[in-house]
Write a protein that binds this ligand. Sequence first.
Ligand SMILES: NC(=O)c1ccc[n+]([C@@H]2O[C@H](COP(=O)([O-])OP(=O)(O)OC[C@H]3O[C@@H](n4cnc5c(N)ncnc54)[C@H](OP(=O)(O)O)[C@@H]3O)[C@@H](O)[C@H]2O)c1
Length: 269
Amino acid sequence: MKGDEFLAHYGPAALVTGASSGIGDAFARELAERGLNLLLVARRADRLQQLATDLQAAHGVNVTVCAADLADPAAADLIAKAADGMDIGLLVSNAGFGLKGPHQANDPAHMTAMLQVNCGAHLQLTHRFLPGLLSRGRGAIVLTSSIEGLMGIPFSAAYAASKAFTNSLGESLWGELQPAGLDVLAVCPGSTDTEAHALQGIDSSTLEGMMSPREVAVLSLDNLRSGPVYVVGEQNRAMFDVLLGMPRRAALLQMADNIRAALLPIEAS
Ligand SMILES: NC(=O)c1ccc[n+]([C@@H]2O[C@H](COP(=O)([O-])OP(=O)(O)OC[C@H]3O[C@@H](n4cnc5c(N)ncnc54)[C@H](OP(=O)(O)O)[C@@H]3O)[C@@H](O)[C@H]2O)c1
């Protein structure tokens, strides 16, 4: 669905979390280009404000900014208040972050925050915004997941589990909401060129075949009807077709060996 049809079906307004960077920033830019008004959420208000100014000037859309920390369960109240009076037809619950390394080495408080941002926020925001979407009888929910949600990933245990949760939530809601005319898409990007890698201590110049955030956002928005779980990019689909076709134990051990070898230089530094 493109142009006026997209705007009429999913507009007039979209909520995008994690819009201060990476894939969320790309979702916001693409949606503004498609004429949707926006409510942008993240912690870094200065970045959101700059993006809002740019998008308003470039596309003449209304952009509202809400600085919120999604690790705080009370953030959903703040966001709902900021959305008051906006007709949100598209919820893009995208904010998230990863944790890599041996499970026992991760900080428990950081893991708890990750669960709230990567899982709790999806639950709370879908719960908050569904009544409005249902009363419209059209619209969509996008949950940014990851290919890491498609199976267990050694040395990314907590993150992969958070994304498996997201895929399951997406599938359940897809089944529940199809008859109501709402699209649900759990988007599974593979490696994408954003700040996420540096935040996890990974040198992104060592990563091959990364997609751009814009590609991920455009493909996701062009495939809102391809739910419940949408793996972004041919290469990622091919890789996981192979992994999911293998006996699970063999796939996990092979991945563990590969990742252990890649992590050793990081741990030694
Ligand atoms: N990059 C990849 O290779 C990749 C692959 C698969 C899936 N993903 C998923 O894609 C989504 C977006 O990640 P990205 O790659 O675009 O990373 P990114 O560039 O680091 O962006 C992450 C976004 O999430 C927001 N965020 C993080 N913690 C938050 C918190 N506590 N409260 C509010 N907002 C928070 C950040 O904003 P503030 O810091 O300003 O709060 C930022 O806008 C995530 O769900 C990630 O798991 C990424």
